[in-house]
Design a protein around this ligand. Structure first.
Ligand code: FAD
Length: 317
């Protein structure tokens, strides 16, 4: 039989886990679904800007978020959500990727973002065997190696500059000859002897044996193979919102359109964090937005307008 909840939260990152804490403390039956625990924050070993915590690794901080939400009764299920449909007033049908189905009075969408893939031959095959998407997490694995960073934005240059402290040589492979990155980052990279800029180059494929051995690129001079031990893919991130395209309004970038109290265009569906139109994508901002979304969902269940102030205090008397 279908299990029913007051709140189903899609996404177990900072936004979803904070929403779970706030919803559970309001004594709403609450479940969080995530494809992983902690989201993007869990991919960094270095969080220095979460207020009140001088330093934490991402996984440690996110484990604390999860433990705190569970302490107040929220359930966490590590499985993705495949589909959500509205069925009647105050009722939603939710289907998980393992085929299980659930009912909910409200939905909080907090499924964040994920890295854009190159979509070339060898990328999937060598994922985590030399092909990586998080310089902060994986750069230390390439000590004294030769690597390529693909991209032309600030994230790509951040990765290059980090790798100058670790790797032997770094190719920055970019499909244009101009950059979207901050000027100061470009200048620092250009001034470093370890860095070689490979411009007007498109990636054709990634090759290797058990691990990456090369990156095949197309340049105006023809096809070339760069002999590298690792490929850092830094070409931006995408919101995986295709599965809720029919449920709520999205902007051109696929972000969920929300108002000041995290309401989407569908009554009963709230959203928070990097998956939304909220500016400045940061862990602390996602956490705050998750809290707001849960309090607005609580108001909705009580039949109050979403921004009713009495729900602002997140404690139970
Ligand atoms: C390398 C890196 C370093 C960073 N460093 C910092 C930093 O130092 N300080 C800082 O403030 N911010 C940092 N950020 C940004 C910060 O991590 C994000 O702003 C924050 O993680 C956003 O939280 P979120 O909960 O909105 O989304 P996410 O963290 O993206 O979490 C999304 C969650 O949704 C899940 N999900 C996705 N699709 C589905 C689905 N269909 N069904 C179920 N679950 C789904 C995912 O599995 C994940 O659990 C960093 C980001 C990266 C990538």
């Amino acid at each position: 039989m279908e299990e029913k909840f007051d709140v189903i939260i899609v996404g177990a990152g900072a936004a979803g886990l904070t929403a779970a804490l706030y919803a559970a403390r309001r004594q709403l039956s609450t479940v969080v679904f995530g494809k992983d625990l902690g989201g993007q924050t869990s991919t960094t070993m270095d969080i220095e800007n979460y207020p009140g915590i001088d330093f934490s690794t991402g996984p440690a901080l996110m484990n604390n978020f999860a433990d705190q939400a569970k302490k107040f009764g929220a359930q966490i299920k590590l499985v993705g959500i495949a589909d959500i449909k509205k069925r009647g007033e105050q009722d939603f049908w939710v289907k998980a990727e393992d085929g299980s189905e659930y009912g909910a009075k409200t939905i909080i969408l907090a499924f964040g973002k994920h890295h854009r893939a190159l979509d070339v031959s060898g990328e999937k095959e060598f994922r985590n065997k030399g092909v990586v998407y998080c310089a902060t997490c994986d750069a230390p694995l390439f000590s004294d190696k030769t690597v390529a960073v693909v991209g032309g934005g600030s994230a790509a240059f951040d990765a290059v500059l980090l790798l100058t402290k670790i790797a032997k040589k770094i190719y920055l492979v970019h499909r244009r000859d101009t950059f979207r990155a901050e000027e100061i980052l470009v200048k620092r990279a250009q001034a470093n002897d370890k860095v070689e800029l490979v411009l007007n180059a498109t990636v054709q494929k990634i090759i290797g044996n058990s691990f990456v051995t090369g990156l095949v690129i197309q340049t105006p001079m023809g096809e070339q193979t760069l002999n590298v031990d690792g490929v850092f893919v830094e070409i931006g991130s995408v919101v995986g919102s295709e599965f809720i395209r029919e449920l709520v309004q999205l902007n051109a970038a696929g972000e969920i359109v929300i108002d000041h109290v995290n309401q989407t265009t569908t009554p009963g569906v709230f959203a928070a964090g990097d998956a939304t139109t909220v500016p400045f994508k940061q862990t602390v901002i996602s956490a705050g937005e998750g809290a707001k979304a849960a309090l607005a969902a609580y108001n909705y269940i009580q039949g109050l307008s979403a921004d009713t102030q009495s729900a602002d205090q997140g404690y139970i008397k």
